[in-house]
Design a protein around this ligand. Structure first.
Ligand code: SF4
Length: 299
């Protein structure tokens, strides 16, 4: 639902707030955001911002990551139920059990995990630095969680023994190799850019495997005029906006993350007005999870 953008601006000033939005958010939300980016970029922006209130238009684990990095700030998630089904596929208890089964392994968690899971692992990673993080570790055995597809992508670029958790993103997991073949036939000059949360046969048949920021960068720098995009459909709005002379098509039917589309301008306005929904984490979880994230930053 659309709100008068001046009212949102005024409310932001009154609350000393900024609005940050993930690349997969609705265009109406991206339009009013102070910053649009991937989850880690946004958490860093939240950390460096002088604002005391951060409205995070995204899903829960993202707002939690911002809270872990900026515990002194008020982090608001406008829609309480906006979660990430992949992050919810593994609990802190699951990590504790896996630790018993693989005591000699290093535990690497994708940032798409809950704060409690981050607190229970050795280090975090993003889709853009996962290979580098895994290869930097001393341990030969790596338990990689929760995304089995990202784990597969990492295993193609590492000599380590990767033990994947059986999680997946229900959005990216719907891409298929037949879609790559069809789009290649239809647009033979196009570049096919795919996110590493996609299934292994899609990873093997695409041109480039990139994070969302990697896709944005590649589209800008490439000489090609046409691109087939294998990630959540929302990224196409930003790609088109930033590259008006180029064409972008979804790899097969558009793949939508419904949780990412829950937030509207009205939710953001209400979030500022009613101070909701504040992310609250215990000091202990923040301390432990921060260690995993900061170790990633060091590498
Ligand atoms: S696109 Fe996938 S990983 Fe991202 S929030 Fe949605 S379900 Fe989670």
């Amino acid at each position: 639902m659309i709100v008068d953008e001046n009212r949102i601006k005024q409310m932001k000033e009154e609350r000393d707030a900024i609005i940050i939005a993930h690349n997969y958010q609705l265009p109406e939300v991206q339009r009013i955001a102070d910053f649009v980016g991937d989850s880690l970029e946004l958490s860093k922006i939240a950390k460096d911002s002088k604002a005391s209130v951060i409205v995070f238009a995204g899903v829960r684990f993202m707002a939690e990551t911002a809270k872990i990095l900026s515990p002194e700030k008020k982090i608001l998630l406008p829609v309480k139920s906006a979660g990430c089904p992949m992050a919810d596929q593994i609990s802190a208890e699951d990590v504790r059990e896996l630790r018993k089964a693989y005591p000699e392994a290093a535990f690497v968690a994708y940032v798409n995990t809950t704060a409690e899971v981050k607190a229970g692992v050795d280090i975090c990673c993003t889709s853009s630095n996962a290979i580098k993080i895994v290869n930097s570790l001393n341990e030969k055995k790596i338990v990689f969680l929760p995304d089995k597809n990202l784990a597969y992508w990492v295993s193609l670029h590492s000599k380590k023994e990767i033990i994947p958790y059986d999680g997946f993103c229900y959005v990216h997991n719907r891409f298929g190799k037949e879609e790559v073949l069809k789009m290649r036939e239809k647009y033979p000059d196009a570049e096919i850019l795919v996110h590493p949360e996609s299934p292994s046969d899609v990873i093997e048949s695409a041109d480039f495997i990139l994070s969302t920021s990697g896709i944005l960068k590649r589209a800008k720098e490439s000489n090609k005029k046409t691109f087939i995009i294998g990630t959540e459909f929302g990224l196409i709005y930003r790609l088109e906006k930033e590259n008006p002379d180029k064409e972008f098509y979804s790899l097969g039917s558009p793949k939508i993350c419904f949780n990412m589309k829950k937030t509207t301008q009205k939710d953001i306005f209400d979030s500022l007005l009613y101070n909701r929904y504040e992310i609250i984490l215990s000091e202990e979880i923040i301390k432990k999870a921060k260690k995993s994230i900061e170790r990633m930053f060091e590498i």
